[in-house]
Write a protein that binds this ligand. Structure first.
Ligand code: ATP
Ligand code: MG
Length: 477
């Protein structure tokens, strides 16, 4: 049945929120089509200007456009390409007087929702509009629910809906009320610091201070003075007397990040604090009582460190009586869409963008990635896509280079090349460094090697390496 030929007595239910756009250079066609569409139950916007129609799509006013193939200036196919670039979810129906099966297939291949011969079959058009309107309604409902879900599933700035993460939230909530020592275990970028902050916030001492110390960043003498304070003249450069973090956070919480990187000597001192809750400033004979809760974090297997003789067994048992394990992102791929939404919100407002989501192929690629840098890596990917992305959706081209050429995960992917072990090591180190944005300490942790070994490899491969402080310098050469 062609347009305008019959009028039926069917029940008309205009769907105000779903507004089709009709684009045709012939005013008579525009009039005729818009009255047919009104008959079907929709209120269409008509225009003869492709740029105007593109604007309507870009601003989200029209999620469906009925477009004539033959138009002066921009033809229907060019319009289709541009519309899909600004909104990959838009429905474009191309219509033409010279329909052939080949041209219809070409239109579908290029992303058109349908290819309609003129005169247009009214029943077919009604079904197409109804299907698109239902899909639009459904997507809108899902989006509203997702927004709501994001609010409900955010635990003190930590996002997750996977059963493993819900368990982490639940346990953290219970532990927060009663802990004196908690150990957080998990690979780099899994959110240990976020969980530590949440536990402090939920604890009875949330009004007191939380002091954070990264134990791997400091040599022994500095770490000791950072934690326990020092007296003036206690060592070269100690020009004044300073309290340490345990004193600073007295009554609150101290968070010791990367606790496994402490030397055995420092571990002994920490054990004393845990057992007796007393500290001594460097260079002072005086012992002071402190009342602090302790949260420690590590991305190493502390039990293995104990077996290897690098971590004190007594300290391990003291720290790990309450242990929370943060799962890797690969163990909870179902959290990725929610995390992506969360980071899009965050970086849209940070960079003044209005990116609505990811194209389907970009979503697929994210779900296939192994995520060695976990949530931190995902956050970096989304934040840089928000900086560089020009469209309304993040597409493959906005993802880092190594995401774009990855096929489906396989043991012998097409990009497999016969490389020597040295070459594999070199390429892998460079990839991890890239992922860590050049942070060598973090790269070494992900690679499971010491900083000095990383410097040695980099030097061997001809990269510049900074000189290390303290005892590490000898091993780097
Ligand atoms: N579940 C999450 N929801 C939202 N943001 C997260 C989540 N997990 C991690 N992040 C973000 O990822 C980044 C890394 O998190 P965090 O510093 O807590 O990880 P970590 O486990 O302490 O890593 P590392 O061992 O390298 O110190 C931070 O920017 C954090 O905000
Ligand atoms: Mg951390």
């Amino acid at each position: 049945m062609a347009f305008g030929l019959t009028k039926t007595t069917e029940l008309i239910t205009p769907r105000k929120s779903f507004v089709p756009c009709i684009l045709d250079d012939d005013p008579a066609q525009l009039d005729m089509l818009s009255s047919v569409i009104a008959d079907i139950g929709y209120e269409a916007i008509t225009t003869a200007d492709p740029e105007e129609a593109l604007k309507l799509i870009k601003r989200g006013h029209c999620r469906l456009a009925l477009v004539d193939v033959h138009m002066p200036g921009m033809d229907g196919y060019q319009f289709l390409d541009q519309a899909l670039r600004s909104d990959p979810g838009v429905h474009i129906l191309l219509m033409t007087g010279d329909y052939t099966l080949d041209s219809a297939l070409e239109a579908i291949r290029r992303g058109a929702a349908d290819f309609l011969p003129k005169p247009i079959d009214r029943t077919h058009l009604k079904k197409t509009l109804d299907d698109a309107a239902n899909l639009y309604d459904q997507r809108r409902r899902v989006r509203v629910l997702e927004e709501q879900l994001l609010k409900d599933l955010e635990f003190h700035g930590i996002v997750g809906k996977s059963p493993v993460m819900l368990e982490v939230f639940d346990f953290a909530r219970k532990v927060a009320r009663h802990y004196t020592n908690v150990l957080l275990v998990g690979a780099t970028g899994t959110g240990k610091e976020l969980v530590a902050r949440a536990i402090h916030q939920l604890s009875p001492v949330s009004q007191q201070k939380l002091a954070v110390c990264n134990c791997s960043a400091l040599v022994d003498t500095l770490l000791e003075s950072q934690l326990f304070g020092h007296m003036r003249g206690a060592f070269t450069g100690a020009t004044d007397t300073r309290p340490g973090l345990f004193e600073y956070a007295n009554g609150g919480t101290v968070f010791l990040d990367e606790v496994s990187e402490m030397s055995l000597a420092m571990q002994a001192k920490l054990l004393r604090v845990i057992q007796n809750r007393e500290i001594q400033r460097v260079g002072s004979p005086e012992v002071q009582q402190v009342n602090v809760r302790l949260i420690a974090a590590t991305n190493r297997d502390l039990r293995a460190e104990v077996l290897a003789g690098r971590f004190r067994e007594d300290l391990f048992y003291r720290l790990s009586s309450i242990q929370i394990r943060l799962p890797s992102l690969a163990e909870r791929l179902e959290d990725i869409p929610l995390l992506v939404q969360f980071f899009l919100h965050k970086y849209n407002s940070a960079y003044g963008k209005d990116i609505s989501g990811l194209t389907r192929r970009a979503q697929t690629v994210l779900l296939q990635h192994p995520w060695p840098g976990n949530v931190r890596e995902l956050e970096n990917v989304i934040s840089s896509a928000c900086i560089t992305g020009a469209g309304d959706f993040v597409d493959l081209a906005d993802l880092p280079e190594h995401f774009q050429h990855r096929g489906p995960r396989s043991m012998e992917g097409e990009d497999w090349k016969p490389l020597s072990l040295d070459e594999v090591r070199r390429v892998h180190i460079q990839r991890v460094l890239e992922m860590c944005q050049g942070n060598r300490l973090r790269a070494a942790q992900i690679l499971g090697i010491g900083r000095t070994s990383l410097y040695r490899y980099l030097k061997r491969d001809g990269y510049d390496t900074p000189r290390l402080k303290s005892g590490a310098a000898g091993a780097a050469s």
